[in-house]
Write a protein that binds this ligand. Sequence first.
Ligand code: C2E
Ligand code: MG
Ligand code: MG
Length: 748
Amino acid sequence: MAAENIKSLKHNLALVEQGALLSNLFLRLDIAIFEYDNGVFCALSSLPDWFDNLYCQQMAAGSGLANDGYHLEEAFPFIENFLFDAKKIWQKNTDDEIKSGIWTETPDPLNELNLEAIAMRCGERSLLLIVNETKHFDIRRKVFQRARDLALSNERLESSLYLHQRQLHLQIEDLYQKNQSFDEIQNNIQDESTAILICKQDGSVELFNKALIDIYAISKDQTPPQKSLLKKWSEEAEKQYPEIRRILATGQHWEGEFETEDDHQRKKWVRMMIAPMKSDDDSLEHFVCIANDISNIKLSEREIERLIQLDPNTHLPNRRYFWNQLNELVALNKKTGTCLGLIYLDIDHFKQVNNELGPEKGDQLLKTVANRLRQSLKKDDFVAHLGGDEFAVIIDNVDDEYMMSEIAMRIQENIARDVVFDDLTMNVTLSMGIAMYPKHGIKPHILVKNADYAMYHAKELGRNQYRITSPELHQKVKHKIQIEQGLKTALEKNEFRLLYQPQISLGSKGEFRMEALIRWHHPEHGTVSPADFISVAEESGLIIDIGRWVIETACEEAEKLNKAGYNAKVSVNVSAKQFQNGQLVSEVEHALNNYRIDAEQIELEVTESLFLHNLENIQKQLNELKDLGVTIALDDFGTGFSSLSYLKKLPIDILKIDRSFISELPDNQHSRTIVESVISMSHQLGIKVIAEGIEEQTQLDYLKELDCDYVQGFLFHAPMSSQDLIQLYQSIAPIKNKASRTKKLSNS
Ligand code: C2E
Ligand code: MG
Ligand code: MG
């Protein structure tokens, strides 16, 4: 029994000693430790002097050390909210802890304490620690201060570089607009300390200055630079900006910083601006590249970056942080065999807000979007501001695409609320692209590229939506960008051809008529159909040049046929953009004169969509064309709004019934009614009718019954080359005496 007692005494003594040791330790560590029990805080060990003093002071001298424990909420209003969260932790059955973050108390004017509270659930016990972080805080503050100073000076440097590059760009653009020559630009930039290069889209050099040679250590016998620097730069920048190729391919403006290699394989950091130089008709002619060596800034930035990786405006992780995180998470998911989802987001019409309302409002909008993004996501989801109006979200450990769609929809819903700026309310929307690891790429940069393509596609589809990437979509967008890029040089490289599809008269014999249809012989994709590139050409404005070429070539063909003895009529498709441009009439006139052909030999095919534009102006141009002697056909009739009132108002000579109605003849009652009434009504108005896309004999028979004037379709001939066309004419109507069939040229 005595032995038992002695054992228990020793045990208690050990506990007391342990308690004394811990108490001592807490004092040394400057920690005040309390146990929370039934709404009361009790000190678990002796409290440090600073705490006693502060507590007495806060609780009006003496009253704080009451028997009913410490009134910490009252003494430290700063932690009142924190204690609300702490109580939740203390109710848990599992160990957990939260921290309050550092707050400052000033017991006297010369003394400042930096404190942090930590609430812990430890076994069955609820503990609150108040830690004096003053010493550490001082050190941390100094580090932060240094980082901030460095960042500020870098920021100043960077923003002056940014401004300088912008000014240079404006200056160059101005000189170019004035003279359309590079000579004066060369004189102006020769001694500029910022590197400048002007090149074509394929990288071939127009001009450069000495600073470029210096940065890139290009030797004298290598000037002008032998390889395409534009290509090299976009490959280098692509590691951080996978969207750069798309941006340049579509002739847009790009700015960024990336690591580059000079001619001696030395690594450097440059800040670069690549801006398109466009001609009067908005087609891309050159890129001007403006670059500064920012290796020094980058060196000190690396130091800062470990501390500050946040965007200063939105306080979201920046691009660099995003890449670190993505690399890390991809590696982690690879190990665990789990999936990861990436969303690339872009604010719709942000440039417009920035330009029209100013950069301050732009920043405000970015902040709002950042906050709404944060609210739409869970604590562990990662959201970054990549720069400009681009954001990215990484969702770790996702189940499937369905889950990503749900997140994208939640974001969409959260974002689509009005943003109020003082006196202005605007609606904000996003376009989003989604890619999944490993399904859409196992390398981070492929993943990002895929998400970016999907985002671009979402924008193209009309914005305010999300798209999940797929190999087909990737291919489609890539193809479209290649088309866009290729179109810009297709005319120069003589890659277009016209084919001709005969239109057969069901009434008179010996009439030669055909429609000119464009084809593009793409060096990689082979023959591209107009359905795949005309809309792109229209969007980019290139249709103006292409359309002019079509008119010229069609007139050249008419002249060739005249010479072969066939007085033929060539029908040419023209787009609404050509009318908007205002040059169409003079271009037609020029081509007629150039090839010395009769205006009646040319017909212009327009679609109903043309009448949606300024109708008065269109009417005026159509009348001018009519005055020249050119005839007008209304193409694809039935597919637009098919308003018959235009037929009366506008000088239409011929109406082309769309293939979609003809293909359903003669069985479909609906199509029969339409075709019948269109033909009879047109005839009443003195307008002739062409039926398009005849493929079957039954269709032809039916159209003959209805008294249709002309037919065109594969049943007779597919579109053919100029050579084949002449051979065809020679086979059906051999010319014995050329002069007898050649119409006397009116203007010869
Ligand atoms: P469109 O003006 O309605 O031309 C008729 C289209 O139908 C042509 O397609 C022609 O090859 C096709 N076609 C003709 N007969 C048949 C047939 O029996 N069956 C079928 N399935 N198709 C038939 P294509 O050449 O691919 O041209 C498509 C469209 O591209 C044209 O439709 C026109 O809107 C546009 N386009 C073609 N060339 C030019 C051009 O030089 N300028 C402009 N702005 N647009 C053009
Ligand atoms: Mg047509
Ligand atoms: Mg048509």
